[in-house]
Design a protein around this ligand. Structure first.
Ligand code: ADP
Ligand code: MG
Length: 475
């Protein structure tokens, strides 16, 4: 029977189908159209450049073997990539020689320019994409005007401002804003988006949390709309992605984002990212994505100093149209010193109580009211609780930590517990030692030093400690 492109491709699909999950097959192979078979070269049409890259990256081995099986050692696969007319500056096609001498792994795919088939309409392009209207998902209250400047945020703020004025046109691409919880990452990132929308309303801006993006990706796989998903994000002028540390461990979503990132970056579009750590400390992210994150500028937000905290409170007061005596503001700013969100929270609760009680707030009243709040936010953490958290985190039994064992993971849990007990409680070294299995204070000192050294030298270890500390603070 004579071989046709259709029959050969159908045979290939049979093999491929047996080798990959059904969902992947549906997503990546069903949309492919066999175009022609000339000599032993099979040409298949794929819906987009992205699609081709994905196949190359994930299925190159499988494709090569399959083609060889169907067409013999000289068999080759060529891609015809449908490119939208409007963006057809880059005609791409590629051929994928199967290894002629049978030495698998030696051959490489060589991308080569080839005429592209302009008549074929891309069935995956959302109609009217160019005039796409997108709700940028921005909170209008997060503006630069509302974002108080201080030493803690000067670099990030001015970089953000530059990006807002000239998205994609500065060397701050991507702009990565990093810092601890409640220090203004989301506010600043969104302020850039709002600024762009104000001065350049036609720009397509989208704010999305990393978590939401991951969820959308999973949904698009389920619904077979992966191309729409990618096309949507690739059509943006500015993507603001919040909390990219949440990519950790989500390899497939990282892959997709990597492609979207490249596409936008190459076309001079702006990416703005936020994260709870600087890129070099982000654990669980693929190296190639991390290296992209380091391309532009990373700027940190740190804890605001007293003066900035006062300014933030005053601004907030002014916005809400209320007034508090200066000594009250000072008291709040002095006592809540590590998180702007909590700072605001304290003030909101003061206001609420004063409204309810119909009482003017003076310092004595503020002290009394905030007693609970301050206790709650920096609630005393007990050694028992630290031990419980650490043991749960490393999945080791509590008794073991108190025992004499020198097993590596137990020692690690014990040392971290001691370190956290020293830094988060007011307990003496002697009592800490006694609590963790009757050890003396020099053991505690040694443990703390070891942990500090490891934090400086071991990225993974640092991430562990950081995670546990975060859990501690959430309690
Ligand atoms: P993050 O995303 O870093 O956790 P957010 O951006 O959500 O923090 O900020 C927490 C709260 O603190 C928000 O209400 C934000 O408006 C406010 N905030 C943070 N930094 C500043 C600042 N420099 N000036 C004014 N408000 C700030
Ligand atoms: Mg945030």
């Amino acid at each position: 029977m004579e071989k046709t492109c259709t029959s050969v491709w159908a045979n290939c699909l049979q093999i491929i189908k047996d080798n990959i999950p059904t969902q992947s097959f549906k997503t990546w192979f069903e949309p492919i159209i066999p175009l022609r078979l000339e000599e032993s070269v099979l040409t298949i049409q794929v819906p987009s450049l992205f699609f081709y890259e994905w196949l190359e990256e994930h299925y190159v081995g499988l494709l090569r073997k399959t083609i060889k099986k169907q067409l013999g050692d000289t068999g080759r696969l060529e891609y015809n990539i449908v490119v939208e007319k409007s963006s057809s500056k880059m005609p791409y096609t590629t051929n994928l020689p199967s290894s002629g001498n049978g030495a698998e792994g030696k051959s490489q795919s060589i991308p080569m320019p080839m005429a592209l088939n302009k008549d074929i309409k891309n069935p995956f392009v959302i109609p009217g994409l160019k005039k796409l209207q997108v709700d940028p998902q921005l909170n209008p209250n997060y503006t630069f005007e509302n974002f108080i400047e201080g030493d803690c945020n000067r670099l990030a703020r001015s970089a953000g401002y530059a990006v807002g004025a000239k998205p994609g046109g500065t060397s701050f691409n991507p702009l990565m804003i990093y810092g601890g919880v409640g220090l203004g990452k989301t506010h600043l990132a969104q302020a850039i988006g709002n600024e762009v929308k104000k001065t350049m309303p036609d720009k397509l801006v989208i704010y999305v949390s990393c978590e939401k993006f991951c969820q959308q990706f999973v949904d698009s796989l389920k619904n077979n709309t992966i191309n729409d998903f990618v096309n949507f994000y690739q059509a943006m002028d500015i993507i603001i992605m919040d909390d990219v540390h949440n990519f950790a461990g989500k390899d497939k979503t990282q892959d997709i984002f990597f492609h979207i990132f490249n596409h936008l970056h190459q076309s001079g579009k702006q990416l703005i990212l936020t994260s709870d750590k600087p890129p070099k400390d982000l654990a669980g992210l693929e190296e190639r994505l991390l290296s992209r994150f380091k391309w532009g500028l990373s700027a940190d937000l740190s804890v605001p100093d007293m003066e900035t905290r006062m300014a933030i409170l005053k601004k907030k007061m002014y916005q809400d149209g209320i007034e508090l005596p200066n000594d009250v503001i000072e008291y709040v700013a002095n006592n809540i010193d590590n998180n702007v969100r909590e700072l605001e929270g304290a003030m909101v609760s003061l206001l609420a109580q004063s409204t309810l009680n119909k009482k003017e707030i003076d310092l004595a009243l503020a002290k009394q009211m905030l007693k609970n709040f301050i206790k709650n936010t920096s609630k005393e953490i007990s050694m028992e609780y630290i031990q419980k958290l650490v043991c749960e985190y490393f999945e080791v039994p509590v008794e073991m930590v108190k025992s004499k064992t020198r097993k590596r993971e137990i020692v690690q849990a014990r040392q971290i517990s001691m370190y956290l007990a020293k830094s988060h409680t007011k307990t003496s070294l002697k009592s800490i030692g006694a609590f963790f299995g009757g050890r003396d204070h020099s053991t505690v000192i040694y443990a703390c030093q070891t942990v500090e050294d490891l934090i400086d030298t071991d990225k993974k270890f640092k991430a562990y400690v950081h995670d546990i500390q975060k859990k501690l603070k959430m309690s």
